[in-house]
Ligand binder design. Structure first.
Ligand code: S3P
Length: 449
């Protein structure tokens, strides 16, 4: 799972991007489709699963706890579930690789089973805060022995029956919300999460699809999500829509590279995920939705994106939860806009796969962008659409989204006689969420010739 050998990669400036590509399956939905199928009674099938390292880490962990998960030659995954309450004691530590979603959601699942599991991960994941899930899961009766600061490696002793709780999220986190709801699946009674700020709602949608009793009600404190425990999940046929967070890189690439005109097919447009497209349109991007439809219970469309001149704006902080993974590539768009972009209220970026504010400020500085790092975001004075100077090596810090954002930034750097627009010190993290990224970029470049 870990990448002991870094893979440096030079990226060249690009001509126009044209043609059509279909982005791979949504990472959040892929994790959940495996987890819920593993807890259903019977056989589920998943089409369009993201076959990235993060999702494969979830699959391996679920197998280690008794589920059968098999990929067919046709790319369809078949899962035989163990039933809610049926997870088995894993023989070895569960290796979560780079994946925070695998870790936090599976901690929720294990918490209400009578099993003990040890969670380990790579250097990036081992720095990330798990206290945010340890706190509510401890209230439900699970016990933890964690590394200092509530970090991995950690050992979790689940409890059955667990105690249903009502938990108000102190941070806007779909992972924490989902961890509590998943623990609630095997907990007698009703477990409630109060969400003051709405975050991605894939767990709620999909759990309902699997037959769990999940209600969502507004209240003065926020959305109250309630799950009735000791649920029986019914096997499903799932089609995973394309990942808007992966599409984001192509959308920004086509927006900043003059002459580009692409169609990104099958992009999930759940409103709790689509904030980047709203922000880019506010900046002047040309993003047209074609053939809006529903896939797997989620809104989907093909996006036609043409190059456009962008203008800096103040990014509304209330968009943050719906574009939390897209800030790195938004910073790239802003670096090529006219005028100033102010992106604040995104402190959560500091505890992602890397400190994404510091990482992007450093990386954009390397290619000559004018950026100022602030505690909760970034202030960027854009180039007015002109190519940035480029040059130098950027550190990707085991963070796929830093690697892909900077690869996109490189596409509109100045052409030099010698050398690349920039060098990624390690491109291997891209495989965690978007293994086809570089080949899809090449495909869009090739179509232009
Ligand atoms: C995710 C939620 C987000 C996001 C992550 C995936 C999920 O994290 O950054 O990539 O699948 O629930 P937080 O909920 O911690 O913000």
């Amino acid at each position: 799972m870990a990448h002991p050998t870094p893979a440096p990669l030079e990226i060249q400036p690009s001509g126009p991007l044209t043609g059509r590509v279909r982005v791979p399956g949504d990472k959040s939905i892929s994790h959940r489709s495996l987890m819920f199928s593993a807890l259903a009674v019977g056989t589920s099938r998943v089409t369009g699963l993201l076959e990235g390292e993060d999702v494969l880490a979830t699959a391996a962990a679920l197998r280690a706890m008794g589920a059968s998960i098999v990929r067919g030659d046709d790319g369809v995954w078949t899962i035989d579930g163990v039933g809610v309450g049926g997870l088995l004691q894993p023989a070895n530590a569960l290796d979560m690789g780079n994946s925070g979603t695998s870790t936090r959601l599976l901690m929720g699942l294990v918490a209400s089973h009578p099993i003990i599991a040890t969670f380990i991960g790579d250097a990036s994941l081992s720095k990330r805060p798990m206290g945010r899930v340890i706190t509510p899961l401890s209230q439900m009766g699970a016990e933890f022995t964690s590394s200092p600061g509530g970090r991995l490696p950690l050992m979790l002793r689940g409890i059955c029956p667990a105690i249903p709780i009502t938990y108000t999220l102190p941070v806007a986190s779909a992972q924490v919300k989902s961890a509590v709801l998943l623990a609630g699946l095997n907990t007698p009674g009703i477990t409630r999460v109060i969400e003051p700020v709405a975050t991605r709602d894939h767990s709620e949608r999909m759990l309902r699809g699997f037959g769990a009793k999940v209600t969502v009600e507004p209240s003065p404190q926020g959305r109250i999500i309630a799950i009735t425990g000791e649920a029986e999940l019914l096997p499903q046929e799932i089609v995973v829509p394309g990942d808007p967070s992966s599409a984001a890189f192509l959308v920004v690439a086509a927006t900043i590279v003059p002459g580009s005109d692409i169609v990104v097919e099958n992009v999930g447009l759940n409103p709790t995920r689509a904030g980047l497209f709203t922000a880019l349109r506010m900046m002047g991007a040309s993003i047209e939705e074609l053939d809006r439809r529903e896939v797997g219970g989620e809104p989907v469309a093909d996006l036609r994106v043409r190059h456009a001149a962008l203008t800096g704006i103040e990014i509304p902080p209330d968009l943050a939860p719906s574009m939390i993974d897209e800030y790195p590539v938004l910073f790239v768009a802003a670096a090529y806009a006219s005028g100033r972009t102010i992106a604040r209220g995104a402190d959560e970026l500091r505890v992602k796969e890397s400190d994404r504010i510091a990482a992007m400020a450093a990386a954009l500085g390397v290619i000559g962008a004018r950026v100022e790092e602030v505690e909760d975001g970034m202030i960027i004075d854009g180039s007015g659409g002109d190519p940035l100077p480029g040059g130098g090596t950027v550190a990707t810090l085991l963070d796929h989204r830093i690697a892909m954002s900077m690869a996109v930034a490189a596409l509109h750097c100045r052409k030099t006689n010698a050398g690349a627009a920039l060098t990624l010190d390690d491109a291997s993290p891209v495989a965690t969420s978007y293994p086809a990224f570089f080949s899809q970029i090449r495909q869009l470049q090739g179509d232009a010739r």
